[in-house]
Design a binder for this molecule. Structure first.
Ligand SMILES: N[C@@H](CCC(=O)N[C@@H](CS)C(=O)NCC(=O)O)C(=O)O
Length: 204
């Protein structure tokens, strides 16, 4: 099997896939795009890689799979990172959908605007929306904190792709001035995650 990751390295969505492939010891090739230069919006990219104009896209033997959490699922099936129990599988999906609806559109978007676009370059609408993104991101962290207060990992008692999906952007919250120590169970979980033997940081 030949795997290529079409990515923008600083993206937490792309980082999720690098993490899982590292945990699984799967070799893969990295193909980088500068999203700030619109490199995922070219006619060639839209026609060949992802009609939705976004990365990450996992390419498996010439087949293209966009959406980070779909790609996590593809890679995790029949491994320790996808639960065996039917209800636990649904719980993993529950938290992966939560990540895509409550965490990513708020914390990731705020991070992209502040750290990569730059506050001075934001549109009026983006500047107006930023405080709401941060507020909604904090609300999501509160929900996750409550969930993790009585458990080590998001689903069951071992690391799964639900943890990897959430870690991608939750651990970047300090980039937008959110102190994870305000969410002690999330901070402790993040510490456990970063202590995993095969861990690699987003910058790697
Ligand atoms: N739901 C998608 C989100 C993908 C996404 O928004 N990717 C961003 C970077 S994190 C992107 O490609 N932006 C470039 C653009 O929209 O032109 C996923 O989880 O993979």
């Amino acid at each position: 099997m030949t795997i290529r990751l079409h990515e923008y390295a600083p993206s937490g969505n792309c980082y999720k896939l690098r993490l899982l492939m590292r945990f699984l010891e799967l070799p893969f090739e990295r193909i980088g795009y500068d999203i700030l230069k619109g490199e995922t919006r070219t006619p060639e990219f839209l026609a060949r890689v992802n009609a939705n104009g976004r990365i990450p896209v996992l390419e498996i033997d010439g087949q293209f799979l966009p959406e980070s959490n779909a790609a996590l699922y593809y890679l995790a099936q029949n491994t320790a990172y996808w639960p065996v129990d039917r209800f636990a599988q649904a719980q993993a999906l529950q938290w992966m959908f939560f990540e895509q609806y409550n965490v990513e559109p708020n914390l990731a978007t705020a991070r992209f605007w502040v750290r990569y676009v730059g506050v001075d370059a934001l549109s009026d609408l983006q500047r107006q929306q930023l405080p709401h993104k941060l507020e909604a991101g904090r609300a999501a962290l509160k929900v996750l904190d409550q969930h993790l207060s009585a458990r080590l990992w998001v689903v069951g008692d071992s690391l799964s792709i639900a943890d990897i999906a959430l870690y991608g952007y939750v651990h970047c919250a300090p980039d937008v001035g959110v102190d994870l120590n305000d969410y002690p169970a999330v901070a402790a979980w993040g510490g456990r995650f970063a202590a995993l033997p095969a861990y690699l940081p987003i910058s790697a």
